[in-house]
Design a protein around this ligand. Structure first.
Ligand code: R5P
Length: 338
């Protein structure tokens, strides 16, 4: 592991604060940098609203909320509430560490009337955080996050880590991207390990319906195919690609993905067609074999420490007068005290 650059004084003033479900990743990150690991309490009120309480001291600290954004809709308000609470309580900076960044694929209006959710989501996140750090966001029509996000962003790449895993575990690999968009990942992986690569052609007919066509790959027969992609979402892109390879005489593929979302039973359906499936731990999943803590920890340690103070209006912590008047014994409740 690359040692994290621990600048003097930095570890003590940084708090790594996981949202529910992100505790393991956050613990690895905190260990990596020698940073404090925080905790919060969250629950649902009987009416379905969200309760958030930060249990760690955040005052004057750079607070990194760790929250992968796979299946984001359920926990999104909780994340925004936690960011606001950290700021209210005097955090010096409130950053989002999202190893997987959602809402990157609806990046234009494909049909009249559609919401361009990548822009709306970016606006909402940018209004609550000072900085965003993520790994391999799905950049296709946008070349970078900066046209979408109005705060500083760090985009990290897992391709070198996946490449190193492949180099160590797979003999004579042929790196294959299931569609044109995956070219950026497969070419980076192939270049790092000196392996050949190819890209398949995909036509998407719907959320779960894709058609994948193979070019003639016969000159590489005898190599171990490794399907590499950024996201396994419905899983059908990889499933269709894995189905096609034996038709050209290849053995069952190894699959390497950055973000293992794997909706429904797609992991089991893909596993039946593959030799092995590996992923990074950007989304907690049984296929996780490649850890990102070192990559992310190094990026946190080398980010400018005071930029948040320059770009965001700081609002002083406010007195919570009404809560003080009613007393804490009757709060929180699902209805406001009378
Ligand atoms: C698309 O361009 C991406 O790189 C992935 O191939 C895609 O998101 C995978 O989606 P699914 O698993 O739903 O086929």
């Amino acid at each position: 592991m690359t040692p994290v650059d621990k600048r003097p004084g930095t570890p003590a003033m940084r708090l790594i604060l996981p949202l529910p479900g992100n505790e393991i990743f956050a613990r690895r990150l905190a260990d990596e940098g020698g940073w404090e690991l925080g905790a919060m309490e969250t629950r649902r009120f009987p009416d379905g609203e969200t309760y958030v309480r930060i249990l760690s001291e955040v005052k004057d600290k750079a607070v990194d909320l760790v929250c992968t954004l796979a299946r984001p809709d359920d926990g999104f308000l909780r994340l925004i509430f936690a960011a606001d609470a950290a700021r209210d309580l005097g955090a010096r900076q409130v950053n989002l560490v999202a190893p997987y960044l959602s809402y990157m694929r609806q990046d234009r209006r494909f049909q009249p009337g559609e919401a361009v959710t990548s822009r709306s989501f970016a606006r909402l996140v940018s209004s609550s955080f000072d900085r965003l750090l993520t790994v391999d966001p799905h950049l296709h029509r946008y070349p970078a996050l900066s046209p979408l996000y109005t705060m500083p962003t760090d985009t990290l790449h897992a391709a070198p880590l996946l490449a190193d895993w492949i180099a160590a575990e797979v003999d004579k690999p042929l790196i294959i991207g299931p569609d044109e968009e995956s070219d950026q990942w497969v070419s980076a992986i192939a270049a790092r390990i000196g392996a050949p690569h190819a890209v398949l052609r995909k036509v998407r007919h719907g959320d779960r319906h894709v058609e994948v066509k193979l070019p003639d790959l016969s000159k590489w027969r005898g190599r171990q195919p490794v399907l590499a992609d950024d996201i396994a979402s419905s899983g059908n892109t990889l499933i269709e690609a894995a189905r096609q390879l034996p038709l050209q005489g290849f053995v069952r593929p190894v699959v390497a993905v950055v973000h293992a979302i794997f909706a429904d039973d797609s992991f089991q359906r893909l596993a039946a067609l593959c030799d092995r499936i590996v992923s990074t731990d950007s989304v907690p999943h049984e296929s996780n074999s490649v850890r990102l803590a070192s990559l992310v920890g190094n990026a946190i340690a080398s980010a400018p420490d005071d930029e948040g103070d320059l770009i965001r209006h700081r609002r002083p912590p406010e007195e919570l007068d009404e809560v003080k008047q009613v007393g804490f014994d009757s709060f929180p409740a699902s209805d406001p005290p009378s």
